[in-house]
Write a protein that binds this ligand. Structure first.
Ligand code: ATP
Length: 251
């Protein structure tokens, strides 16, 4: 699991013209429901874990795998955790579920799916450019981000050195080991923030990711098809990118 104080996540939604990269510090996510540093819950208290499941992830494989995993997950975690399962009904729903769970005081919100689902859950940790907080301001614990990687690519999990194995993910959650992870933010043309935890792509690789999303039914082959389609008719462009007030020009 991951804790929140510096925060960075996967794929950003396609944006008109990403104009500015702004690094924000300190901002990070704690990927674990376990109380560690900044004053979390006492270990005697049952932890409230909210699992945000995209049943349509990996062309429906996520939903099927989740059903198989759930009995094991309950037996492994329900001794000292309250488990809440929330299925997404469509794009962006995971953002709303996450915001609500944090406001209600969840110890961890755990994305179940691929990088797109993780991306939405990360964005649910923020609202109007600020971290979402627990309604009960006297509560000492902060909500952690978690992940059960069950998507097509699950690139973030691999970047983090995790295998795409849901049972291993349950073990990580049971152990409650937290890590800090950076979160980046891109402001769209109208200034609205988009948070990312894994990678933010521009131009050719962004197009490759965009096209790949159309071919998820082919599994990991979608990324090869997406890259080829992006290369076709591609023309280089000069870019001006602003990172933390520094302007970089790519030609
Ligand atoms: N109930 C739903 N029906 C259709 N689409 C959904 C639903 N819930 C979420 N989504 C959308 O599905 C998108 C892709 O999901 P997800 O990332 O979990 O799987 P994936 O694309 O197969 O995996 P990866 O991104 O790792 O390759 C998400 O960005 C989300 O917007």
């Amino acid at each position: 699991m991951i804790c929140l104080s510096q925060f960075a996540l996967g794929r950003a939604p396609p944006m008109a013209k990403p104009s500015v990269f702004r690094a924000e510090h300190p901002m990070a996510l704690d990927l674990s429901p376990n109380p560690i540093s900044h004053g979390a819950a006492s270990s005697s208290r049952r932890r409230d874990l909210v699992f945000v499941v995209n049943p349509r992830g990996a062309s429906g494989r996520t939903g099927k795998e989740w059903k198989k995993l759930l009995p094991y997950l309950r037996s492994r975690l329900s001794v000292d955790c309250n488990i809440c399962e929330s299925l997404t009904s469509g794009p962006s729903h995971a953002i709303d579920i996450t915001r609500e769970a944090i406001k209600e005081g969840a110890d961890a919100v755990i994305a179940v799916g691929g990088d797109g689902t993780l991306h939405e859950v990360v964005n649910g940790f923020f609202s109007a450019g600020k971290l979402v907080t627990n309604h009960n301001r006297e509560s000492a614990h902060s909500t952690a981000l978690g992940l059960i990687p069950l998507g097509t690519g699950s690139d973030f999990a691999r970047t983090f050195g995790w295998r795409n194995d849901p049972y291993e993910a349950v073990e990580r959650i049971a152990k409650g080991v937290r890590s800090w992870v950076d979160v980046g933010v891109i402001n769209g043309e109208t200034g609205e923030p988009h948070y990312f935890i894994n990678v933010a792509d521009l131009h050719l690789s962004a197009k490759a990711g965009y096209y790949a999303s159309r071919y998820k039914r082919f599994g990991n082959l979608c990324y090869v098809i997406g890259a080829l389609q992006a290369f076709m008719g591609h023309r280089n462009q000069d870019l001006r990118v602003k990172v933390s007030s520094c302007l970089y020009i790519f030609v």
